[in-house]
Each structure stands twice: as C-alpha cells, then as structure tokens.
Ligand binder design. Structure first.
Ligand SMILES: [Mg+2]
Length: 137
C-alpha cells in the first residue's frame, strides 16, 4: 500500500488491477492511453453540464445525477489505473498540490476572488516575474 493511500482507495486500485488482469487489458494501458482516457472521461463528465445555467448545474435531477456519478467513476478508475502504472500515490500527490496551492493562493490574499495567482494586484506591485510569451523565448 502506498504511504497515504486509504484502505478503500487501495482496495479499489487492487480491484481495478484484477479487472484488467482478467481481461488481459494491461497491454492497452500505456500511460499515454490512460491519460487520454482520463481527459475523455472528464469531457463526458463535463458534457452533462454543457449549456446549463450555473443554478441548474447545482441541482441535477436523479437521472442526471446517476449519469454524472457514472462518469466520476470512469474518471477515477482511469486515474487510479494511471497512478498504478506510474507508481504515483494519488493521495500524496493531491496533498502535495494542496500544500503548493495553499502557498500559491494565501487565503488572506485571495478570499472571495477567482483570479489566477499572478493576476492579484498585490502581487503585481511586488514585481512578480512574468514569463515572456512563448514566441520570444
Ligand atoms: Mg464514461
């Protein structure tokens, strides 16, 4: 078991491994294919909300909620599959990113705002370095 992997997640990862082994599907599960699969399933998830008003997206009916839940399952299965192939602990990865984002977006600075980290005037005033456009690098 990976360092931070809760028992339920480790159990799910083991079931996914067994599912794939029984079908001889590991040969198709190159990380690039799994990463694309994550994107495709995430797009299927997003499709359920396409063209909805914000308020409507907050209260899907029972049928839509079941379909959304299925897509969440697809995303998680493929993501755990990818993590397994690359020996990445997904919980440790998320904890690491959360800590990174905590420092990048201090609550006192960003509370109630949804700007990118380098778009806060307080940061710009301190001369935060911006990378030049790709064309001149
Ligand atoms: Mg799907």
């Amino acid at each position: 078991m990976k360092k931070y992997m809760p028992r339920e997640l480790a159990g799910l990862a083991a079931k996914i491994r067994r599912f794939n082994r029984h079908r001889d599907w590991d040969k198709y599960h190159a990380p690039k294919n799994l990463a694309m699969g994550v994107m495709i399933e995430a797009a299927e998830l997003a499709e359920h909300f396409l063209w909805q008003e914000t308020a409507e997206s907050r209260r899907p009916d029972a049928r839509a909620r079941a379909a959304i839940r299925d897509e969440v399952g697809d995303v998680l299965i493929l993501l755990l599959n990818l993590c397994d192939k690359l020996d990445i602990d997904p919980v440790a990865a998320a904890l690491n990113k959360l800590e990174h984002n905590r420092r990048k977006y201090p609550a006192a600075l960003v509370r109630g705002k949804a700007l990118k980290y380098d778009q806060y005037p307080e940061r710009a005033a301190r001369g935060t370095k911006r990378r030049p456009p790709l064309s001149v690098r």
